[in-house]
Write a protein that binds this ligand. Sequence first.
Ligand code: 5GP
Ligand code: MN
Length: 319
Amino acid sequence: MSILTDKINDSNVIAVTGHVRPDGDCVGSTTALYYYILENYPEKKVYLTLDTPPASVKKCIDCDVITAPDSLPDKVDLFVSLDSSTSNRLLEAAVEKFNSAGVSFVVDHHKTNIGFGDINHIDADASSCCEVLFELLDYDKISVRTASSLYLGIVHDTGVFKYSSTSKRTMEVAGKLLAKGVDSAFIIDTSFYEKTWKQNKLLARAIDKAEISEDGKIAYTVISQADLSEFRCGSSDTEGIVEQLRLTEGVEIAIFMREDAANVYKVSMRAKTGLVDVSEISVLYNGGGHSKAAGFTAHGNYDEIIANVISEVNKRWTV
Ligand code: 5GP
Ligand code: MN
């Protein structure tokens, strides 16, 4: 029993949601909780409301169960938000129902989360929201389908068990999920490493346009709307670009900017060793994240945004 399963027991109508443009950890944690409730509490009504998941994740998780937020019942007893560090990142049409639910419950692992629910279970030391959720569920009631969602989320948020957020506990949780019969190789290859041809072409464009500054300690690049349409790519096709910059020898800070509309950029930042806490910079722009992986949306012209972000990085080198 946990505080979450207590609240599930007390509720009849339950809704589950995550942040907009959901990544693997968000789709993994929300579908895991949805299927967990569906399978173990057949007498209860459970809804999953979520923005469109990435195609790569849909190859491993059945996402056909998603309900539009407008179609949720007016009265929700328990509304659980997973992997979202603020209510600003929930689907707009879901926010009011989240706030007016009998109990709003936040499960997350972002250190920038100040706790926007009635109950907040936030563990900033956890690798992923899926790792946090695992500990709130009854192990005996986790099916292979639920375990696969949780495993996928951990795989994605740890970069396949390699980021520094990967702890002994992360590996123990992953081991317990494997014991449920999860097909690890399939999930890792199909949802994480496999790229479509157009994604590879887009990555090539991003690397071609990349620049370095501060003697190679900062690498940055941009994908414009014209680049996206040239390769017929959508916003989720840029996944992995910032990681490729981060993996460059000598690079400490990687910055990727995707133009989402004229003068609107989604910015992703990564820090290799933690000499700069990039979440501090994302918070300046009303974004959030972790010390080594953070993001935000910036309005304005590309040259000015990148110059300002680099100057904020330069204010913060710890050595
Ligand atoms: P990514 O760069 O992969 O989009 O995100 C890196 C981390 O920063 C993730 O943990 C993500 O949740 C967080 N993040 C990215 N964009 C935003 C944003 O606009 N607002 C907030 N609060 N967090 C963000
Ligand atoms: Mn996450």
